[in-house]
Design a binder for this molecule. Sequence first.
Ligand code: AMP
Length: 253
Amino acid sequence: MKVLVPVKRVIDYNVKVRVKADNTGVDLANVKMSMNPFDEIAVEEAIRLKEAGKASEIIVVSVGVKQSQETLRTGLAMGADRAILIEAAETVDTDVEPLAVAKLLAKVVEEEQPGLVLLGKQAIDNDCNATGQMLAAVLGWPQATFASKLEITDDGAQVIREVDGGLQTIKIKTPAIVTVDLRLNEPRYASLPNIMKAKKKPMEMKTPADYGVDVSPRLEVVKVVEPASRQAGIKVGSVAELVDKLKNEAGVI
Ligand code: AMP
């Protein structure tokens, strides 16, 4: 079974995000970019499936700017076998929308015929949490979102999902779409020899035109602003004063 893992190049999770002065977006000039953390978890899971003899080949695919090659190389260094870059944006400020990404991924799925597509549950830059679900809809495939455990069975997969208030176990038939949550695994670091080896692994370059997909935006960003900063707190002298303030000032009790 082939496993396809879509990986997105996003602002590194350690970077303090700054909003541009003109409120059109966040400042991405000279900012460290990395693989979306949930996608690292998806790559790790695919590698574990291969190590367990349940997957035959792992293909990482990214949609975005040319520099997404670095993200794909990270996936290859972790253990993926080959990569596909769909160059769909010219500037780092262009975020290809989930529907366009899902349509492109559907074309890759048609070509590659994977048994499983493992995506992150969401990209930490736009927090859309939509691409996996849209891909399942475009393909008409079963989906299991927010996976915290994945087991391949004879006729499909059993997935434990993180849902509000607990864990839900479901069975799905493959081929299927699975989106991964934080607690599924802890991704490995790529070793230096594997980083060197990754440079020689195949990377195919494509464009949306190769797949006949229109990636022009359907959403318009009206404004991006910083979250309101928290107001300074105060110290109270006693429990009685605290209760009094909660009752008479905050009005919460
Ligand atoms: P989102 O729906 O944008 O929150 O993204 C959910 C998941 O879809 C990500 O964790 C990736 O696995 C995949 N994905 C989203 N955008 C891209 C992209 N441009 N290239 C590759 N994979 C993507």
